[in-house]
Design a protein around this ligand. Structure first.
Ligand SMILES: NC(=O)C1=CN([C@@H]2O[C@H](COP(=O)(O)OP(=O)(O)OC[C@H]3O[C@@H](n4cnc5c(N)ncnc54)[C@H](O)[C@@H]3O)[C@@H](O)[C@H]2O)C=CC1
Ligand SMILES: C[N+](C)(C)CC(=O)CC(=O)[O-]
Length: 326
């Protein structure tokens, strides 16, 4: 591996962030960085991207005001550029949020690497690809050592977690730099020392999702019942205590030891029973129809507002609103 290029500034000194790809997640990142007082440049090849982006940021702003804006934070600090090169020309950090297609990510990250000033860290929002599979190989021109995964959660302007992990050709200093940067930018960071499919949280979510799809495919439970089983049940605990400590309490004063001795054998069968279901047309239709039924007459905008207020209420109730803000 060639010598790492020193980052042009410390994470604390970053003022200009570029967001490449401005859909659900890229737009959410834009809203987050604006609310934290950064100057943001954004680029997205879709012809209607700027309108959609400004609408998304406008819809997120009331929630961000409730969360508390950084000094000087303003939607006016967003510049949407005509080209990728203009977006990254002066950037001190780049967040890529393009569609989850491996070949597209590969060529886009190579293009970003070529256009971004030396040493500036480039993070991908990918929800599952290992950076090793996406980063360009080492050659005279490429600098894959500054490429990391920074996996956010929807919406990135409200859900604190970012999972940070490098690939085989990533410099450890870039992982460390980006973890510190996200922390300074108000995120809650888990830094991983190895690549795992789905990272940590999606690996857990995917297990739950796999079972949900099985139940819908087999007609065993409705979409509404599956959602209620989490929001009225374990989801209430998970907002402040993770699944491991929660289950330690299931063992009473005997804790996790008693929980495993007591329930371990009976839980083993569901652990190993099912493979991923076939996502065929019938299952797709059942999920789409079930979600439409569960949403009722609430529009997409209604649901976004409801979700945003719900997350803020939970953050406030669990003492995670305010505190150490940028
Ligand atoms: N939607 C979600 O809940 C989450 C998604 N992610 C990840 O974020 C990334 C983006 O996903 P979404 O925002 O959901 O997708 P999206 O479909 O909402 O947005 C993708 C955007 O990328 C743009 N685009 C297309 N080609 C491009 C290119 N060559 N360069 C730059 N932009 C391009 C599209 O015009 C679109 O605006 C994916 O890697 C995904 O896995 C991560 C966490 C959660
Ligand atoms: C649906 N998704 C796999 C893209 C979701 C994520 O990656 C994280 C999230 O927001 O739950």
């Amino acid at each position: 591996m060639s010598a790492p290029t020193p980052a042009p500034c410390s994470p604390e000194d970053v003022r200009r962030v570029a967001c490449i790809g401005a859909g659900v997640i890229g737009g959410g990142w834009v809203a987050h960085f604006l609310a934290r007082g950064y100057d943001v440049t954004a680029w997205d090849p879709a012809t209607d991207a700027e309108d959609k982006l400004r609408r998304l940021v406008g819809a997120a702003w009331p929630a961000l005001e409730q969360m508390g804006l950084a000094d000087g934070a303003s939607q006016d600090r967003l510049t949407v550029t005509a080209t990728l090169a203009e977006a990254v020309a002066d950037a001190q950090f780049v967040q890529e949020s393009a569609p989850e297609k491996l070949e597209l990510k590969r060529s886009l990250l190579a293009e970003l690497d070529a256009a971004t000033p030396p040493g500036v860290v480039i993070a991908s929002s990918t929800s599952g690809y290992p950076m090793t599979d996406m980063q360009p190989p080492h050659d005279a021109a490429a600098t894959p050592q500054r490429l990391v995964v920074g996996h956010p959660f929807n919406p990135p302007y409200l859900i604190p977690l970012v999972e940070v992990v490098g690939g085989e050709r990533t410099d450890a200093a870039a992982v460390e730099w980006s973890s510190r940067f996200y922390d300074v930018a108000g995120k809650s960071v888990i830094t991983m020392d190895r690549e795992l499919p789905g990272f940590i949280a999606n690996r857990l979510q995917e297990a739950l999702w796999r079972e949900a799809l099985h139940m819908v495919a087999e007609g065993e439970a409705s979409v509404a019942d599956i959602d209620a089983s989490i929001t009225e049940g374990p989801g209430l605990r998970w907002a402040f205590m993770g699944p491991c400590l929660t289950f330690a309490l299931a063992g009473g004063e005997g804790g996790m030891a008693h929980m495993l001795d007591h329930f371990g054998p009976s839980l083993k069968s569901p652990w190993t029973r099912l493979e991923a279901p076939e996502l065929d047309g019938a299952l797709r239709d059942a999920m789409v129809d079930g979600c439409a039924e569960a949403a009722g007459d609430r529009t997409y905008a209604d649901l976004v507002a409801e979700r945003d207020q719900g997350v803020i209420d939970v953050l406030r109730a669990t003492g995670r609103l305010g505190g150490d803000r940028r």
